[in-house]
Design a protein around this ligand. Sequence first.
Ligand SMILES: NC(=O)c1ccc[n+]([C@@H]2O[C@H](COP(=O)([O-])OP(=O)(O)OC[C@H]3O[C@@H](n4cnc5c(N)ncnc54)[C@H](OP(=O)(O)O)[C@@H]3O)[C@@H](O)[C@H]2O)c1
Length: 324
Amino acid sequence: MKPFNVGIIGAGHIAEKMAATLARMEDASCLAIGSRTLSKAQTFAERFDIPRAYGSYDELIADPDVDLVYVATPHSHHFDVTRRAILAGKPCLVEKSFMADASEAAAVIALAREKGVFVAEAIWIRYMPVRDIARKVLASGVIGKPVTAFASLAYNVSEKERILSPELGGGALLDLGVYLLNFVRMYFDEPIEQISSSCIKAETGVDASESITLTLSGGILATLQASGWSQGDNQGVIAGTTGYLVFDDLINPTRLRVCRKRHVVEQEIPLPEQITGFEYQVRACRDAIAAGLVEPSKMPHAETLYIMHLMDRLRTEWGVKGFE
Ligand SMILES: NC(=O)c1ccc[n+]([C@@H]2O[C@H](COP(=O)([O-])OP(=O)(O)OC[C@H]3O[C@@H](n4cnc5c(N)ncnc54)[C@H](OP(=O)(O)O)[C@@H]3O)[C@@H](O)[C@H]2O)c1
């Protein structure tokens, strides 16, 4: 089988995780790293045994052997890089949040569709096996009818320039809250009817911590809390009429637990062993590209756009800097 060659753009924190994942995959590999600084690209390439290092993003995009460009820059820079890659005919996997706002997302998706080039959001929880496993548990009726959900995600990343800066698309929502909105959309098919929320802002004007309550049709309530200024336990719980389902880690669960009442565990469902969990999104891209698709079935463009619109709406309500 022809190797599936990934090129990484932006030699930062999450690029390291992707490079480490690709180094352990048998069905894909990292061919190239592109950085704004050649020496940084070379150091990164040496660390992860990557054959090609480029001192500009455009050089990586122009490499004819790169099958997929993984965009790992701050949100504020996703648009420009992805647009250039699509214009060069290169399929892209773009880190979450997909773009800085919904208008950028709509423009990139329209361009990809017009050019017939694949583009996908790297929201890894959408592509992991836990999604289908948990949906089957819910459909089995073991917790009765799901009625409420609670999910939280908090990491203290408040020292990071990318998180603090309005210009780089900072704040908790684009970094962490996006997972919570996806969590609800992955496990509930009912439409969101109402949203209420509150937000604490950082001194720079970005959203530091937020709570979001979603009312879904059919009498379902989801309460979500994200913070980039505290460390949380990052659990997710879906509660039904006869029990509840616990995700021990919302973004990378190691097991699912079905409980009836007072924390009595009725069932513990182990999840498949994985490299880091990033491999699934790479495989989803490879398969969709091979099938001639412009989007992956696990995260269709319409869904990426829907979430981007929700986040625009929330940031407008909060008066987040850049969204007043
Ligand atoms: N899926 C996940 O679990 C996960 C986790 C964390 C972050 N992310 C996402 O990944 C993306 C990058 O986050 P990160 O934590 O890896 O960020 P980071 O450590 O700050 O790295 C971002 C990289 O982007 C490049 N860049 C281009 N323009 C820049 C600018 N003006 N300022 C700073 N960097 C710039 C830099 O690479 P060069 O200097 O090499 O050009 C930098 O190293 C974000 O969209 C974030 O939401 C995803």
